[in-house]
Design a protein. Structure first.
Length: 493
């Protein structure tokens, strides 16, 4: 007897959860920098074009699939055609890979939350991060043990995630009511602090002064599409799973617009916090802003801490605020990925949610130990590069090809319109059939050419083969095996 599928308490819960997944570390440590290197204020043009021509159409596709098929991505694709189930597994496994290292980044954040009370990084934030906290080894071949602080952080992360997920979608819905607004408020505090510092205006000029000549560079456009896909958490099965807990006649289009614009707005807003602070850092140290601007862990764990130490008063307070922001940004992105995998297990084998959650959390914890080790940062960097460049784009491409050419955009659009407040026109068909496949195809090809031209990050070839190519091929092979594995196809509760 099939059980009744669990439901969100209401539309706001679903929307908050989707926004929580989309708004993550990428909004604060990726968007501002990508905008700055790709034309500053002028980047907003390709960014919005990418949002409207690919991000939102693909989000509608994923919401539509989840609502219509009422199941995890593998269920959705196998309902389209039995032999396509593997595409769903592909996204679920890619999500699992991201989970294993995203949790480690959260582990660093817990450590820094603790260290910010005493501003423990002192004068040398760089040395502190790499030598003290990560205890970074000489290269990917030297794993060399696990620093206790990070291990503890990883454990805390997984306990927190387990308790949020194991009870089901109802609890997720309640948790996001806090974890979504909190970081936005905290970013607001950081913006006010940043803007009232000397040098802030120079920082903002750097961030936003438009360089329209960049719009002629195709790389800038690809960067915009890449940022949109990443930021909206597309192609990882998340939006399909979250939408599958909505009733079958739920709105698609308006939900997609709301989620996407909220995410984009938060990115733009976070840029004010980051660049005003960088402007202050440049002002206080006399170093040019172009030298201090950066993205990723270097920005969050070295540059911003350096600036925080230089604050005129209450530096520790703002340090705590900053790392709380990162933690609350990251947590709902992480559990959205976990939820996608847990739902997939429940939908395939009909096992109990507690058990599925435990299996995923524990397995991800164990694999995460690699990224926690002293050589872990190298592996994290390699795996992240491959999953973002080949996982995301390839899965997105498969999705639009299946809907565009196997299901057909017209019947799919008619379904979407039958339950949506805002009706989409034929433009959606063109975006799914032509624009998005071309962009994703071009992204895959340019990334691949880049790989051949230069070994990524200067790492030894064997490490790139293991952490990059073998990982990607492994995911595809396992996807096929999972498709063939017998399931119960039970519904979740
Ligand atoms: N959207 C999240 C961010 O911007 C990252 C993310 C990507 C989360 C893919 C889940 C899946 O940080």
């Amino acid at each position: 007897m099939a059980e009744v599928r669990a439901r969100w308490k209401g539309r706001p819960h679903f929307l908050m959860a989707a926004v929580g997944s989309a708004v993550g570390l990428g909004n604060i440590w990726r968007f501002p920098y990508i905008a700055y290197v790709n034309g500053g204020g002028a980047f907003l043009i390709p960014f919005f074009v990418a949002l409207l021509t690919a991000g939102i159409p693909l989000m509608m596709l994923e919401y539509g699939l989840g609502i219509r098929m009422q199941g995890a991505p593998h269920v959705a694709f196998s309902k389209i055609k039995r032999g396509l189930e593997w595409i769903g597994w592909w996204s679920i496994l890619a999500a699992f890979v991201i989970i294993t290292y995203y949790a480690v980044v959260m582990a660093w954040c817990w450590n820094y939350l603790y260290h910010s009370f005493t501003l423990a990084w002192g004068e040398d934030a760089k040395g502190f991060f790499f030598s003290k906290v990560l205890q970074l080894s000489g290269g990917p071949a030297e794993l060399g043990g696990i620093p206790m602080g990070i291990l503890l952080g990883l454990l805390i992360t997984w306990v927190v995630i387990y308790f949020i997920i194991y009870k089901g979608i109802g609890r997720v819905g309640r948790v996001v009511m806090a974890t979504v607004p909190i970081p936005v408020i905290l970013i607001g505090i950081l913006v006010v602090r940043g803007l009232t510092l000397p040098g802030a205006v120079d920082g903002l000029n750097f961030y936003l002064t438009p360089d329209f000549s960049k719009l002629l560079d195709p790389k800038v456009w690809l960067a915009a599409y890449g940022q949109v896909f990443f930021s909206l958490s597309l192609a990882m099965g998340i939006m399909i799973v979250y939408a599958s807990y909505l009733p079958e006649d739920s709105d698609v289009t308006n939900n997609a617009f709301i989620t996407s614009f909220t995410d984009a707005g938060t990115s733009f807003f976070a840029g004010f916090a980051i660049f005003s602070t960088l402007g202050y850092l440049a002002h206080a140290t006399g170093v040019d802003i172009s030298k201090v601007a950066g993205a990723g862990p270097g920005l969050a764990f070295v540059t911003i801490p350096t600036a925080i130490s230089l604050l005129p008063f209450a530096a520790a307070f703002f340090g705590v605020i900053f790392f709380l922001t990162l933690l609350t940004l990251a947590v709902d992105s992480l559990f959205s990925l976990v939820e996608a995998d847990v739902t997939a297990m429940i939908d395939k084998w009909g096992i109990r949610r507690e058990r599925a959650t435990f299996v995923i959390c524990f397995a991800a914890f164990l694999i995460g130990l690699i990224f926690t080790s002293k050589g872990g940062l190298y592996w994290l960097d390699i795996v992240d590069h491959w999953i973002n460049n080949y996982g995301l784009a390839a899965i997105g491409l498969a999705e639009v090809i299946v809907i565009g050419y196997i299901v057909g955009t017209k019947p799919f659009r008619e379904f979407i319109n039958s339950c949506s407040e805002v009706k989409v026109g034929i433009w959606w068909d063109y975006m799914i059939k032509i624009v998005t496949p071309i962009i994703l195809g071009a992204t895959l090809i340019t990334s691949f050419i880049g790989e051949i031209k230069k070994a990524y990050g200067g790492y030894p070839m064997w490490a790139l083969i293991i952490g990059g190519w073998a990982m990607v091929v492994g995911i595809i092979v396992v996807s096929f095996l999972l498709m063939r594995a017998k399931g119960k196809g039970g519904e979740s509760t």
